[in-house]
Design a protein around this ligand. Structure first.
Ligand code: SAH
Length: 216
């Protein structure tokens, strides 16, 4: 159960996001329907309704709500779409995608994070997410083609397998740039086999790490 302070903080964040003007009603409603505190560990729950990224397990971060709103809006989701997400992390962005699309396949490098996300989806009764533990650079060819792809960690260049797994007319939203340097959030559309990019914002994401993690 949420206490009063949490309800107030949630309402304030919702208002802040509305004022930011980065997303329309459907995306904002999806964000408001997902309790972000569920995706943070006990030590960081006080950060749940601040518009900032926060630390999660395995040295990773949960994305900033306004950036989640902007990326989700850029995908232009409709209810019949199938989405590939790279970097499940806490599962917060995944849960919002699941509210707006037919199916989400989400790839995460750390089994520990993937299992925690699975528990949260059970609590929220989200049943249209398939979680995969693997290297996101490879995407998940078994489920291709996807209508939309979202990458929630920074890459230096869009990995070729992801472009191959995107359907014609599809959109990929991805932060591109060096791991410690300036990164740009790009929205790329596949038209006649060519990827056309549009710059959305300057962003700061953790890097998409090479390979899989053998132990976690
Ligand atoms: N959207 C997430 C944020 C994820 S941070 C959220 O809101 O919680 C980026 C995630 O990408 C981390 O969980 C990290 O472990 C994962 N990641 C990093 N390299 C990866 C790779 N090669 N393959 C799959 N996932 C990777």
């Amino acid at each position: 159960m949420e206490d009063n302070a949490e309800q107030v903080a949630r309402a304030e964040l919702a208002m802040h996001l509305r004022r930011q003007n980065v997303a329309g009603r459907a995306v904002l409603a999806a964000l408001e329907s997902v309790p972000r505190s569920l995706f943070l560990d006990a030590r960081h729950k006080t950060l749940a309704y601040a518009d900032r990224a926060a630390p999660i397990e395995c040295g990773q971060t949960i994305s900033q709500p306004s950036v989640v709103a902007m990326m989700t809006e850029a995908l232009g989701l409709t209810p019949e779409m199938r989405v590939l997400e790279i970097g499940t992390g806490s599962g917060y962005q995944t849960a919002i995608l699941a509210r707006l699309a037919a199916e989400v396949v989400s790839v995460e490098r750390y089994r520990f994070l993937s299992d925690l996300a699975a528990d949260r989806f059970r609590v929220l009764k989200i049943a249209n997410v398939a979680l995969v533990v693997g290297d996101g650079h490879e995407g998940w060819p078994d489920g291709a083609p996807y209508d939309r792809i979202i990458v929630t960690a920074a890459v230096e260049a869009v990995p070729a397998p992801l472009v191959e797994q995107l359907g014609e007319g599809g959109i990929i939203v991805v932060p591109v740039g060096p791991r410690d340097g300036p990164q740009e959030l790009l929205k790329c559309t596949l038209a006649d086999g060519l990827l056309e990019g549009e710059r959305l914002a300057d962003v700061r994401f953790v890097p998409l790490l090479p390979g899989t993690s053998p132990r976690l």
